[in-house]
Design a protein around this ligand. Structure first.
Ligand code: F6P
Length: 339
């Protein structure tokens, strides 16, 4: 069989390992693998490359995707016919699409047009439903914790509180995990429930109790009551760019406390990093399961690790929504675990 693969949306660690494992598995059984560059843009433009494990090997254990990625929405741009023409031209029998809810939403549509498609969940945001983890999330948390923890002594030595902003779009998974893996005494997630006033009070109390400068984790997607951020930029799928909210929080914090904080926007650092062993294992599982499903004639599905078990769920179910933190859990369980 001739397999095709694309990697879409925001990149992360683990994707290159996924591509390597995919090539390795397919070669061992006499199948071919064609990679489409820059996600759906490469499918519209028929921009593809034949992949094999030898060429992919040097990319193992490195972040991002050697195929490149692009936030191209062929449904919105009315170019699904070009996508189908590229598949026909390249004689692709089945597609494996790796990405977040936007990439997999287009994959679900391609499946409904009758093409054999299997999706694989990947984004640092971990905001896809029906999977415990998305590929890249574990490494992103490790990146955030390693970088932030490396700054704590300097913050304390200079008696500077820190407000560290992390990515995650409108879900607080990355912020939550970062707060648990750092000495954060406060954490603001888009889902709530901690508001600015409580964050400020917690930081004051931490300083009073420990004598040390405090750390607050802020998710980029938080709403700040009474603060008008004006018209924010959107991407091809309508996602709003909210990065930089940490600076607004920092200004408000300084006015409220008289202490000018260090504002550290983690940004794209969280998309980098050497893939964690967990993510490499997830990449292997996702690659093998995607091939198994297609060889068994089961498509229109997304591979997943759900409740600790590798399985598959309908692509259409995944594409229809996002996975958010439970505000009740954040209020009752999480807050009391903070420093
Ligand atoms: O979806 C992954 C992500 O890193 C988000 O956390 C972030 O808000 C967004 O991508 C940034 O988008 P872009 O890569 O288009 O700058």
């Amino acid at each position: 069989m001739n397999f095709g693969v694309l990697t879409g949306g925001g990149d992360s660690a683990g994707i290159n390992d996924f591509l390597y494992f995919l090539a390795k598995r397919l070669e061992s059984e006499g199948h071919t693998l064609t990679g489409f560059r820059s996600s759906w843009l490469g499918m519209v433009n028929n921009d593809a490359i034949s992949l094999n494990s030898a060429m992919l090997a040097p990319h193992r254990h490195t972040p991002s995707t050697m195929l490149g990625s692009e936030r191209k929405n062929p449904i919105k741009d009315g170019q699904m016919d070009q996508v189908l023409a590229s598949l026909e031209d390249r004689k692709i029998d089945a597609m494996i699409c790796m990405g977040g809810d936007d990439t997999l939403g287009v994959a679900a549509h391609l499946s409904e047009l009758g093409f054999k498609v299997v999706g694989a969940p990947q984004t640092i945001d971990n905001d896809l439903r029906f999977t415990d983890y998305t590929l890249g999330y574990d490494t992103a948390v490790r990146q955030a914790a390693t970088c932030i923890n490396s700054m704590i002594n300097s913050n304390v030595g200079h008696d500077k509180d820190m407000i560290a902003e992390v990515m995650g779009r409108d879900a607080g998974w990355l912020a939550f995990a970062t707060a648990l893996n750092t000495p954060a005494c406060a954490c603001m997630c888009p889902e709530g429930p901690m508001e600015l006033e409580e964050m400020i009070e917690r930081m004051k109390e931490y300083k009073k109790r420990t004598g040390r400068a405090g750390l607050a984790i802020v998710s980029e997607g938080i709403e700040l009551k009474g603060v008008d951020r004006g018209e924010l930029r959107k991407d091809a799928f309508g996602n709003v760019y909210t990065a930089g909210v940490g600076h607004i929080v920092g200004d408000i914090y300084e006015k409220a406390t008289g202490r000018k904080p260090r504002v550290q926007v983690m940004g794209y650092l969280l998309r980098g990093g050497i893939p964690s062993p967990f993510d490499v294992d997830l990449a292997l599982s996702f690659a093998n399961l995607a091939v198994d499903l297609i060889l068994e004639g089961k498509t229109g599905l997304m591979v997943t690790r759900l409740e600790g078990r590798d399985q598959a769920v309908p692509l259409r179910d995944v594409a229809g929504g996002k996975k958010y933190m439970d505000p009740k859990f954040l209020e009752t369980q999480f807050k009391r675990m903070l420093a």
